[in-house]
Design a protein around this ligand. Sequence first.
Ligand SMILES: Cc1cc2nc3c(=O)[nH]c(=O)nc-3n(C[C@H](O)[C@H](O)[C@H](O)COP(=O)(O)O)c2cc1C
Length: 176
Amino acid sequence: MNDTVLRAIRTRRVVRVLTPEPVDHRQLTAVLDSARYAPHAGNRRLHRYVAVTRPPLLRALRMVSPGMLQHPTAAIVVCVDWPQVRSYGFPPANPGPYIDVGTAAATLLLAAHGIGLGAGPVTSFSRAAVATLLNLADGVRPELIVCLGHPAAEQLPPVRRRGGPAWEDLIQWERG
Ligand SMILES: Cc1cc2nc3c(=O)[nH]c(=O)nc-3n(C[C@H](O)[C@H](O)[C@H](O)COP(=O)(O)O)c2cc1C
């Protein structure tokens, strides 16, 4: 059994201590490119990805993002284009666009991990402030930020490592 992908899934961790070394442009574009391979509800592409690399803008993002504990040298802001969501006839309560934020984030995180970058998702930030900082079009809402950088040798102690539940604790087999 070739378990390359399984191993990548098992070894990915949120990286919150990053070096000041910038992320190479080719690495950043490789991660950005991965997003289009994520599964999307109805195969609609309702998300926009804003790449941020300029240090003053990254600092400004941090200032409006209490959940951004790391100092990223690049960031990808995953946004939902809500006017497009409506134009495709998605009912307002349909969770598809938000689920797609998750599939995109998981894909971006794994892609970054796969090429040796450190990455971490952040959802604790001011949507309004980030939309203003990024000069987003009306109705395009930032929903999640993937922070990127080179992992420092020393990391913060993990929130959980081995003490987490066993997979059997999270699974219910079908009942016949
Ligand atoms: C939807 C979502 C939102 C998150 N928001 C934040 C955040 O704002 N700040 C942060 O440091 N980590 C955030 N995380 C990362 C989680 O804390 C992290 O995935 C969890 O502790 C497990 O760690 P691991 O991914 O290294 O196994 C978020 C994760 C998800 C899925």
